[in-house]
Design a protein around this ligand. Sequence first.
Ligand SMILES: [Zn+2]
Length: 411
Amino acid sequence: MKFQSASIDVAGMRTQNRTMMLQLVWQARELSRAELARRTGMSRSTVSSLVAELIDAGLVDETGEGTSSGGRRPILLRWRDDAFLIAGIDLGATHVACALTDLHGRVVAWRHVRFDVRSDPPGALAQLETLVDACLAETGMPRTRLAGLGVAVPSPVDPAHPGRLAPMILPAWADIDLADALRARFDLPVVIDNDANLGAIAEQWWGAGRAGQDLTFVKLGMGVGAGHILNGGIHRGAHGVAGEFSHVTLGPEGPPCACGQRGCLVRHIGSVAVCARIEAGVRTRPESLLAEYPPSVDRLVKATHAGDALALEITAEIAQALGTALVTLLNLLSPACIVLGGQLSLLGPHLLEPVRTHLRRHTLWPELGETPVVITALGQSNIALGAATALLAEVLARPELLPLGHGRLSA
Ligand SMILES: [Zn+2]
């Protein structure tokens, strides 16, 4: 049997207590020392000593006076959202985006550029760094104020090797470890996860998620990714690839897919399939607003909102396919809520209403059919915000990761 020395135990407990206290102040926003002592069961002197460390680190400050139940009014401790910034990166197949957030999920700067991430990894990494610096410059903050980077990737992520992207999806990245590459450039904590998973985290923390209920976020892009929050956490499955909604098949008579099946969802509503459908449609309908070259999902969204007949027809087909796949999802998982994001979600009610009708008609249990389906209210930066949130969760669990220059939280 091996015993740890008493000094290590005491130091470990102190770190643990300080982390608990930090999380309580973050959650409450404002809290007195007396309340902290009550909630943690720690002595007033222990609380005061640990709070002094948090104040010294710049994470907490003292503010005004709270309400009193008699006697002296207590001074409140306030969590400082502005103590650090987090860079949330959305690395798509054809774009790089950065949302700079504070320590409470508020996006303070946002940049988005089209870029061929699939075929140019060094270029994409350079672009990413340029965007982070441009966002920092916009806020007037130096890099030393960055707590770390959260990165969303369009690939399943193996939690044991998060920097290795799936070569089947991003073959040019096969020899690159994204986590190592980013640490070399920034020397900061990095978390990497699948984009749909991070979209789900953004909804859980700041969006449609309510009271810890299960939810599913569906990202409608080149692929169709689904992030599931089950029992409060991301459901990754046994191999980290759970949520590959793309390859749910809608029927054996559909178009063939790379996976070997026919009629996969991605072959109906993935952006490549949508563009092919537009091209086929305008051949016989040259009067359509979609006839302008090249075809794009963006053009479909605009033409649909403008009432173009062909665009409305294609959008109805997309809603039908998505509705069919969502019935399967409801039957299997029955989340409390489904949130749609990605480019096609900009179709808004043109997508939402027929999908809701389809769910009501084609679920056996009325409760399933009434499951709320909404478009993300977090906007275009939702995936990047989710990436920043994953890093925020990491530093709230391990505040010693924070690059504290002025104060110091020892591990
Ligand atoms: Zn498939």
